[in-house]
Write a protein that binds this ligand. Structure first.
Ligand code: OAD
Ligand code: ZN
Length: 272
């Protein structure tokens, strides 16, 4: 599936610690998590103007709490069931073999860590974590606790006040500064975590090759990272099942499913 020219490039240029990758929802599609855009995508079923930004979420909580609960239940039921697929696992192997320096991801599903990648940079946060709105203290949201929270939401779904009570139970006040916790997901219009972004730039400054995997690359600033790497001399390889908005920027394109292409790359490098 990988064209011969690209195979040769990979064989000769994937040097120790000189490869980075940027992943998007497409890498988790085969773990059962729908992508955002395209057929069957999350934003086809839920309007991102409501469900992906803070004012929209607050307003739907007040006016239609049951619809917000349906969204949360739908979203988390899928995430809680998902397991890493062969693509996540192949990246973890590439990291272990010291080829891949880092996995920069737009995903919030935690599947790279579940696949045992160590150096994961989460540009858009993590759905299994809460963050203090004041001091940014992070706390892991255990899966059992999340399941319990979902059940409480379901029981109380028709009442705004009852939902608020459930929220205050699972999003308590910060033990350090007394402010509230919120989910650690970057919503539309919010700034990306500065430390994660600067770690990403550091790795892009030091890579020869950047793999773009399973992303439409239309959401900035994440979609600005490939150009940043390219301007610093990196070659760009896209692995996607259809062209992205940055395909023209890429030096090599591999069209296919991430879970098939990435194991094949392991084979090319002799790690399969
Ligand atoms: P998108 O849904 O925009 O794009 C997913 C891409 O993956 C598309 O280009 C698909 O063609 C491709 N794809 C689907 N299945 C694939 C497979 N099995 N193998 C390879 N490629 C596949 O998702 P993202 O680009 O990740 O932001 O979206 C970027 C951001 O927009 C997300 O992080 C999220 C969203 O709004 C926030 O939550 C802030
Ligand atoms: Zn705090």
């Amino acid at each position: 599936m990988i064209p011969g020219k690209v195979r040769n490039y990979i064989k000769n240029n994937f040097k120790e610690g000189r490869v980075a990758c940027l992943t998007g929802a497409g890498i988790s599609a085969e773990s059962g998590i729908p992508t955002f855009r395209g057929k069957g995508g999350l934003w086809e079923r839920y309007d991102p103007q409501i469900y992906a930004n803070a004012p929209g979420l607050i307003s739907i909580l007040r006016t239609h709490p049951e619809e917000l609960v349906n969204f949360i239940v739908d979203f988390y039921s899928i995430l809680l069931k998902a397991h890493p697929n062969l693509a996540h696992r192949a990246l973890a192997v590439l990291e272990k073999e010291n080829i891949l320096s880092s996995t920069i991801t737009q995903n919030i599903d935690g599947l790279h860590q579940q696949a045992e990648s160590q150096n994961v940079i989460e540009l858009h946060g993590n759905a299994f974590r809460i963050r203090c709105i004041q001091c940014s203290q992070l706390v892991v949201l255990e899966k059992d606790k999340l399941r319990e929270m979902i059940e409480s939401f379901k029981i109380n779904k028709n009442s705004y006040i009852k939902i608020l009570k459930v929220l205050s139970r699972y999003f308590p006040r910060c033990a350090i500064c007394g402010s509230r916790y919120r989910i650690d997901i970057v919503l539309f219009g919010e700034i990306l975590p500065a430390d994660e972004l600067s770690r990403a730039y550091k790795h892009l400054n030091n890579c020869d090759v950047l793999l773009l995997i399973g992303s439409s690359l239309i959401v900035y600033p994440a979609a600005g990272l490939p150009l940043y790497a390219k301007e610093r001399g990196a070659k760009i390889i896209e692995i996607n099942n259809e062209p992205s908005s940055l395909s023209d920027l890429c030096d090599y394109i591999i069209t296919g499913r991430a879970s098939e292409v990435l194991p094949e790359i392991l084979g090319v490098l002799g790690y399969a």
